[in-house]
Design a binder for this molecule. Sequence first.
Ligand SMILES: *[C@@H]1O[C@H](CO)[C@@H](O)[C@H](O)[C@H]1NC(C)=O
Ligand SMILES: *[C@@H]1O[C@H](CO)[C@@H](O)[C@H](O)[C@H]1NC(C)=O
Ligand SMILES: *[C@@H]1O[C@H](CO)[C@@H](O)[C@H](O)[C@H]1NC(C)=O
Ligand SMILES: *[C@@H]1O[C@H](CO)[C@@H](O)[C@H](O)[C@H]1NC(C)=O
Ligand SMILES: *[C@@H]1O[C@H](CO)[C@@H](O)[C@H](O)[C@H]1NC(C)=O
Length: 485
Amino acid sequence: MVSQRPNYRKWSKNVINFIVLYFNNCCVHGFRFVVETMLLLFERFLWLVLLVVSIYFCIVVCLSSVDRYYTKSTHIGVERNYHFWNTTIPSLTVCPATRLNVTYFADYCRQMGIKGSKKDTLWDFLENLANSTYTNFQNIPENAEIDEIIKEIDLKPKQYMELIYNLTYDRTYDPNERQRTRCFDGATKIHARQVLTEWGLCYLTNSELGKDYSARYFIFGKYPEPNTFELASNTVDFMFGTYFSMDMQYTFLGFSSDAIFSFAHSAFDVMKVDASFGYATEGVTYELTSREVISEENLENETTVTMRKCRFYHETNLTHFPFYTRNICLQECRINLAYKICKCIPHFYPNRISNPKRVCDYKTLRSCFPRHESYFLQLYESDRKEESQFPCYCEQNCRDSVVTIRSAHQMSGSKQLLGGVGTSVQVRSWPKSRLKRQVIFSMTDLLVSIGGTAGLFLGFSVLGFVEILYFFTMRLFWQILGYKL
Ligand SMILES: *[C@@H]1O[C@H](CO)[C@@H](O)[C@H](O)[C@H]1NC(C)=O
Ligand SMILES: *[C@@H]1O[C@H](CO)[C@@H](O)[C@H](O)[C@H]1NC(C)=O
Ligand SMILES: *[C@@H]1O[C@H](CO)[C@@H](O)[C@H](O)[C@H]1NC(C)=O
Ligand SMILES: *[C@@H]1O[C@H](CO)[C@@H](O)[C@H](O)[C@H]1NC(C)=O
Ligand SMILES: *[C@@H]1O[C@H](CO)[C@@H](O)[C@H](O)[C@H]1NC(C)=O
């Protein structure tokens, strides 16, 4: 105890000496005066106060730069050099009002031994199930005979969608060109595919979304088979126009159904089930305009999702879907809401996840969902005493387009003209501006800003920082070994 005290004092003296040595030599200017023995104590104190104030403001300003980097580093600007752009024409999703294929259904019934009136009942049931969405779950028939048949064919709710898929004929693969579900503009053919939407199996064309947005991928996890007819005729995935391309249009036809529901939407997103033109027995003609939102090239690498507040197609954090778009994210919100309210999810959602959610049987679809229809569609409920919004946050798409419907009306006499129900999209006027997401405060800017602040308040620099490291490692080491410099 007694012998340790002087030892300790000697040590602390050494340490103080060392720090004084550092203050005398270091790059930050005020430090020297704090330890200058020639000055009055009062002056030294004044220098110390100045130093502390400088360091305080340096830290405050640096923190505000860091905050700017994390929350305000991107912005959306307007571009006006419209002569140079390609604008993608909006996309179209068409849901036929009749779904199943009679031939496939007859085969299935033969296999399962379903005959007579049971066959009609089953058809009615499956057809309505395939055509069901949030607005019409109550149309699914319910009776004892259906229960009996379901038991007989051993149909579990989680197989509903698979069975509907098996009984649906994908007309985009029809060998006969006149019957095929196809999309074209004169000689240009545009890729069409079967997709799984919130309204069952529908057809999508002119889309920029990847192959993973297809019915087969959602249900079975396999990419659709290559369409030999499309490959043979040099099909494009989507069409775009420039400011000089005047009118452009495409026609999407080849639906066997006597009526269709069509949805015009951004080529970078999927359809919204509540934004349909409505029941159309003849085709629909749309005149659309589209204004794009693009991203600067370095946006993806230089910023994180939280910084730019938007997501790219491949940056998914959703559980049920392999890619991200805003409307797909809203679908996932509906999945979560349905699971919360009805304790199960409708059959038309992909459920190939490690811990699949329970799929609703048709009785739950009838009993639970219609009561909350608008809550499901809008994710917002106000008919109760208090308004409530389902907690659901979906980032924007980094690449997107805003589609405006200038006019939409039913064609007349198009059935004879086109040989079936079809829909056409026309773009007559092209945008003169587009939005661009830009990085205005990058990592380099952050460094410069922090360096500038440190220089302004303290005269501090990178070499000064190296000096601190040097002083408190190598120099300290030599000092301890007893060398004096
Ligand atoms: C627009 O499309 C043409 C091909 O028709 C292509 O050569 C050009 O690079 C595209 N421009 C932009 C800005 O993508
Ligand atoms: C499918 O559902 C829609 C919307 O409820 C309805 O108008 C249409 O008639 C249904 N189709 C069939 C074949 O029942
Ligand atoms: C049903 O599928 C067959 C192919 O197996 C096809 O030839 C027929 O046109 C389809 N029927 C309808 C109404 O789509
Ligand atoms: C659908 O078809 C596939 C392949 O043909 C078959 O393996 C599967 O069992 C069928 N699903 C149902 C529910 O019938
Ligand atoms: C995805 O990210 C957003 C915020 O970026 C978050 O609010 C949301 O909960 C995430 N979703 C999932 C399923 O983790």
